[in-house]
Structure formats: structure tokens, C-alpha cells
Ligand binder design. Structure first.
Ligand code: ATP
Ligand code: MG
Length: 507
């Protein structure tokens, strides 16, 4: 497989509709990103399937979301259905061979695949604020919460930890406001309530450990094929914000963890982002800027990102400009917005004198697309009307039994299936509260029974009854801090990781 340098996508057609030539994606430009667009039912998912198959065969691991379950067929051998065989002949795909691909199923809810988890600190304040749709003021409080966790060595792993931290912050609101700026009880309360909503939507499963190890989505098989990680996203789509946040998080993790590699003969990983409009809908500008930044920079880590969406207008211009490999399926052009989309889509291609791009986009058949891949020197090729090849794996969904079998045989079986709950902020804050309480009780005891003597002006040291509790708390805190400091460095690292979290905090 090492001699492969490209992925066969389909065959372009001359103006008289006869065969012109094979259209291919050059693997060495696979990290220059891509875009698959088109109206409902025009062939986007099949094009994604064909690309994923090609990357896997070339030894490139793939991560993709399966919105409707119909991508799961990629794990099964295809069948010689008439229309597929006919399409194979049209595009001169000979021999047309069937194949099943090495698939790992994942599911944030742990039902249709191995659970995927991330810790709260990995997620970072920016993504969390977006996930919870916080106001600017609330986001400010969230940033402060992360800073406090960072400084006080509180591990934020799951929702419980964040809840405990927020409760603690609410109690200390005045003290913290003086130190960090506005931390009001109502804004903390609002975040706490949003957290409850998030929990009721099932997000509690997602936050915690064992967190996903990036290496597990970068596997290859012994025969040199890239694993295809398929994320079950049908249920996830009911919470689009969680979906978008998760994929953003994954992208930023990849960015943080992978080394710079420069130009490679093929990508290290390819990431398909289906229903990509969800990523940008109502997204604050700062987030769009971050996405743009991650997409731009992740290229040099050997990661290709392919956005799949109905309408190219869904993608902000700055991001669009970075998507080199384009597959544009048919668009409708009834409403003004649709006509605008057709024009925009047409204008992004290097024109072909043989046809008018905008007209062609409205006339493409199912499984046909305007294709422009990067060619020599990374320049976009002249756009071609292209029939997309049929997939080698099954078209359409697999059965629940087939899925269970693949999950049971996967290389990560047993690794993520059970959640673990190690000591983190929740437990630490509980302990801290208890210590403070014990100290208080002890002091009370000393004060009442132990001694009736005191030295005026030194009550604080001796722990007499009229002392304010804040001082004693500091003592307890100091004790906790010193314990915690020993693990502090690793905690700090976890918290600042993630470009989307760390940059938002001005690092
Ligand atoms: N390259 C192809 N070869 C053969 N048949 C194809 C091809 N592409 C699409 N088709 C046919 O068109 C159908 C619809 O394609 P697909 O599911 O990819 O559309 P889609 O754009 O993803 O739609 P949606 O927006 O609803 O998800 C497929 O089930 C298949 O029958
Ligand atoms: Mg589809």
C-alpha cells in the first residue's frame, strides 16, 4: 500500500457526457483539508464513505461522525447491486472489488459504541461556556473558576467536580470578587442551573475518566490499513451543541498532542466533520476565530479536516478558504439564499471553459459532483463534472447484531467501558469542608472546656470563640494546598491544555 499516492474518487465527464479521466485525491495533499457539500440525498455520505475507504486503504486512520447510522455499513463487505456495478463500469473501476473496513465504533452515550469521555479541565472554559451557552458575564466567572481550580490544585474531571467548585465559589463570592473581579452569586447560580440542564441531557456520561486517548483513534491494522473510527451521532444530534463542542474538543486535543511533522506523503489522520453547520451556528466570533486557527495550524501536524454540510455558506469564509479538496454535489436554487449559495459555490472553483459552474451545480445527478482536488504544487485543479465511484463496503446501515459483534472484537474493548471516579475537586472540597468543620469543633471544645484563660489580642492564635472563622479556614486551606501542590504541576498542565481553552484565557 505504500506505493499508493492517491485515492480514486470517480471519473470526470466531457461535455457530451463521455468518459474523460480518473479524478483522484493526492494523498500528499490530504492534510490540506476538504469540503463535501450538497442538498439532501445528493450523495454526500457516499462520497464521505468513498474518501474514508481510500484513506483507510492508504494506511491513514479516519475519524468520522455517523449522523444517520448509514455510514456504519463501511464496516461490512459491499454487495454487487446492479446500480453499483453499473456505476463502477461508468467510472472504469475495474476490477470492482468488495471490502470490509476496520471500524471502531464510538458513542458519547456508550450505547452504539465504546464510550468517549473527556475531563472538564481538558474541555476548558471556552468550550464549556459555548456548550452551556453562557453569557459573557457567566463566561467570565467560568474563566475565574478554572483559574481558581488551577491555583488551588483542584482537579476538574466530571460535572460533579465543577458543581462542587461552583458551590464553593458561591460561598466565597465576596473574597473572590476582590481578588479576580466580578464573581456574583447570581451569575454562579445561573451557571449551576445550566449545569443541571446539561446533566439532564446526558452529558454527565461524557465528562470523566478514562478520557479518550488520542492514540486509540490513530490505530492501523497489521496489514497496514487505517482504522476508521465511527462516532454514533444520531442521538448526539439531538443535542447539537454537545456534538459541536465534542468535535471541537477532539480537534484541539489532536492539535495539542500531535507533533509538528511538516509535509508528509500522506496524512496522519483524517477527520470528517458531518453537519458542519452546527459548529458555526450562533457561535461567538472568538470561537469561530479559534476554529479557523486550529484548522489552519493542524495541517502541519498531518491532520486533514473535511467538512460535510449542505450549503457552503454554512462555513465561515476564512475557514472555507482553507479547504483545498472540494466535492460539490447538487444544490437547489429556488430561494434567493439558495441562489446565493449556488453562486458562492460556483465562484470558489477554478472555472472550466467547458461548462458554466453555477448551472452545472443545479443539474448534477445523485452521486455526481463538481470535483476539484489539489494538484501539483497544491494548486486547485480545474473543476470537473465527476461521477463518484461506488463504495467497496456496504451502502447503508448495519444491524444491531453486526454492531455488537464489531464492538466486542474491537482493539479497545474493556478499556473505556467502565467509568472510573478518582479523587478530584468534588472529593477534595468535601474533605476541605470537613477539615474546616473539625477544626471549628476542636476550637469550640478548647474554648469552652479546655481553658478559661486567654491572652487579650491573641485570640486568633489561641482559637477563642469570638474569632472569625476566615482565619482558621486559611489554615485549613494552607494544609490542603501543600498536599495538593505535590500534584499541582500535572493538574496545571491538564487545565491549560487545549488551544480552545487556553487561548481564551489569554495564554
Ligand atoms: N457514488 C455513488 N454511487 C452509487 N450510488 C450513489 C452514489 N452516491 C449516492 N448514491 C445513491 O444516492 C443515495 C443517497 O446518497 P447519500 O446518502 O450519500 O446522500 P446525502 O447527500 O448524504 O443525503 P442526506 O443529506 O440526506 O444525508 C445513496 O443511498 C445511493 O443509493
Ligand atoms: Mg448523508
Amino acid at each position: 500500500m505504500a506505493d499508493e499516492t492517491s485515492i480514486f474518487i470517480g471519473a470526470s465527464r466531457k461535455p457530451d457526457d463521455s468518459y474523460q479521466r480518473a479524478e483522484e485525491l493526492l494523498l500528499r495533499y490530504g492534510n490540506r483539508h476538504g469540503l463535501v457539500t450538497g442538498a439532501t440525498g445528493t450523495g454526500k455520505t457516499v462520497s464521505l464513505q468513498v474518501l474514508a475507504e481510500g484513506f483507510s486503504n492508504a494506511g491513514v486512520p479516519v475519524f468520522c461522525a455517523d449522523i444517520k447510522g448509514d455510514l456504519s455499513g463501511i464496516s461490512m463487505m459491499g454487495e454487487a447491486k446492479d446500480f453499483l456495478v453499473k456505476r463502477a463500469e461508468q467510472v472504469k473501476l475495474a476490477p470492482y472489488q468488495f471490502q470490509e473496513f476496520p471500524v471502531i465504533f464510538w458513542d458519547l452515550f456508550g450505547e452504539q459504541g465504546h464510550p468517549i469521555r473527556a475531563t472538564i479541565s481538558e474541555m476548558g472554559p471556552l468550550l464549556l461556556s459555548r456548550l452551556m451557552n453562557l453569557t459573557e458575564a457567566q463566561e467570565g466567572v467560568m474563566n475565574i473558576a478554572f483559574r481558581i481550580a488551577d491555583e488551588e490544585g483542584l482537579l476538574l474531571l466530571d460535572l460533579k467536580d465543577l458543581q462542587a467548585l461552583l458551590a464553593n465559589i458561591a460561598e466565597r463570592a465576596d473574597e473572590l470578587s476582590a481578588r479576580y473581579g466580578n464573581v456574583t452569586k447570581p451569575s454562579v447560580g445561573a451557571i449551576q442551573r445550566t449545569l443541571l440542564v446539561l446533566e439532564s441531557q446526558g452529558a454527565a456520561n461524557f465528562f470523566g475518566e478514562p478520557a479518550l486517548r488520542i492514540a486509540d483513534i490513530m490505530r492501523t491494522t497489521r496489514d497496514g490499513r487505517g482504522a476508521i473510527s465511527v462516532l454514533a451521532a444520531d442521538k448526539l444530534m439531538m443535542n447539537p451543541r454537545l456534538y459541536a463542542t465534542f468535535l471541537l474538543w477532539l480537534m484541539s486535543e489532536l492539535f495539542e498532542e500531535l507533533p509538528e511533522v511538516g509535509d508528509l506523503d500522506r496524512p496522519k489522520l483524517v477527520f470528517f466533520f458531518d453537519e458542519a453547520h452546527l459548529l458555526f451556528e450562533d457561535a461567538p466570533k472568538v470561537l469561530i476565530d479559534r476554529v479557523e486557527q486550529v484548522v489552519r495550524l493542524i495541517r502541519s501536524k498531518g491532520v486533514g479536516v473535511y467538512f460535510v454540510t449542505q450549503n457552503p455558506l454554512d462555513i465561515p469564509e476564512k475557514v472555507l478558504a482553507q479547504l483545498g479538496n472540494r466535492v460539490q454535489h447538487a444544490l437547489r436554487a429556488y430561494t434567493p439564499r439558495e441562489q446565493q449559495a449556488v453562486r458562492t459555490a460556483a465562484e470558489t472553483f477554478r472555472p472550466n471553459p467547458d461548462f458554466d459552474c453555477a448551472t452545472a451545480i443545479t443539474q448534477l445527478a445523485t452521486g455526481e459532483a463538481l470535483v476539484s482536488m489539489l494538484e501539483d504544487k497544491g494548486v486547485p485543479a480545474m473543476v470537473q463534472r465527476t461521477l463518484i465511484r461506488p463504495p467497496s463496503s456496504r451502502l447503508g446501515p448495519i444491524t444491531p447484531d453486526e454492531r455488537r459483534k464489531i464492538i466486542a472484537e474491537s482493539p479497545v474493548t474493556g478499556q473505556y467501558d467502565e467509568a472510573v471516579d478518582r479523587e478530584s475537586a468534588f472529593e477534595m472540597l468535601q474533605k476541605k469542608a470537613k477539615e474546616a468543620q473539625d477544626a471549628e469543633a476542636q476550637a469550640q471544645q478548647q474554648n469552652s472546656g479546655g481553658s478559661r484563660w486567654t491572652i487579650p489580642g491573641f485570640e486568633d492564635v489561641l482559637g477563642t470563640g469570638n474569632r472569625r472563622s476566615s482565619n482558621r479556614q486559611t489554615v485549613a486551606e494552607a494544609a490542603i494546598k501543600s498536599v495538593v501542590r505535590s500534584v499541582g504541576s500535572s493538574v496545571g498542565r491538564a487545565i491549560v491544555r487545549g488551544i480552545l481553552g487556553s487561548l481564551a484565557r489569554g495564554r
